[in-house]
Write a protein that binds this ligand. Structure first.
Ligand SMILES: [Mg+2]
Length: 225
């Protein structure tokens, strides 16, 4: 990795354990709104909520509208509106954030050797909220959220903006992410080196990217970098 000057990470399901984070939020949500449901059924509803979330790739207002249609809301209480659920989400999702196991070791290790970046798709309040809840903001030279960048992965512009700010060329960058298109293909097409972190997203036949490595856990980077 002598030619690499910067490591750029995706956030959700790369540094942050998004699967566990959403599950923790979902448990809170179910307890809050569905205390009238008995526990066996509650477990089924919890799993259904996790399926409907589609690994975070569904817009939250759409998800919450579906829940309002499908779920057995308490008839003795006023049924919430999509806006009420969005407000609950804004207050309770960020505080559910957890890092991947050994992500801190990986960050500390990489920080000693490379410039550090994060490029993440999403809203500023949610993404920075999670980053600050995890206390990792200061470890990174550049953090770009798609909302503030005005473009989202795999659009080359968000990668280019990060490279400008890090003052590096694509071939000097290693991009680590879980999404085959948004992360791996997007970075690869620009000429970055890539590592695919296989979590929930399947590889697509349309991908042309050739990642240097495929990993299943972030700590595998300790021996690669
Ligand atoms: Mg991701």
């Amino acid at each position: 990795m002598e030619h690499i000057k910067a490591v750029i990470f995706d956030l959700d399901n790369t540094l942050l354990d998004r699967t566990t984070t959403f599950r923790r939020f979902a448990e809170r949500f179910m307890k809050h709104y569905f205390s009238h449901i008995e526990s066996a059924d509650l477990d089924l509803l919890l799993e259904r909520l996790i399926v409907l979330d589609e690994d975070g790739y569904k817009n939250k207002p759409v998800l919450f509208a579906e829940l309002l249609n499908e779920f057995p809301w308490n008839k003795e209480r006023n049924k919430p509106l999509v806006d009420d659920l969005m407000e609950y989400y804004a207050e309770n999702y960020v505080i559910s954030a957890v890092l991947m196991e050994q992500a801190e070791e990986v960050i500390t290790h990489a920080k000693g050797k490379y410039k550090m970046g994060i490029i993440t798709n999403g809203r500023n309040a949610v993404q920075y909220g999670k980053i600050d809840h995890l206390g990792i903001r200061d470890h990174f030279d550049v953090i770009l959220v798609s909302e503030e960048a005005g473009s989202k992965k795999p659009d080359p512009r968000i990668f280019q903006l990060a490279m400008e700010r890090l003052n590096v060329r694509p071939e000097e960058c290693l991009f680590v992410g879980d999404h085959p298109i948004n992360d791996v293909e997007g970075a690869y097409i620009l000429g970055m080196h890539t590592i695919w972190m296989k979590v929930n997203q399947p590889w697509s036949e349309n991908n042309t990217a050739k990642p240097l490595h495929t990993i299943h856990q972030i700590q595998e980077l300790l021996s690669i970098m």
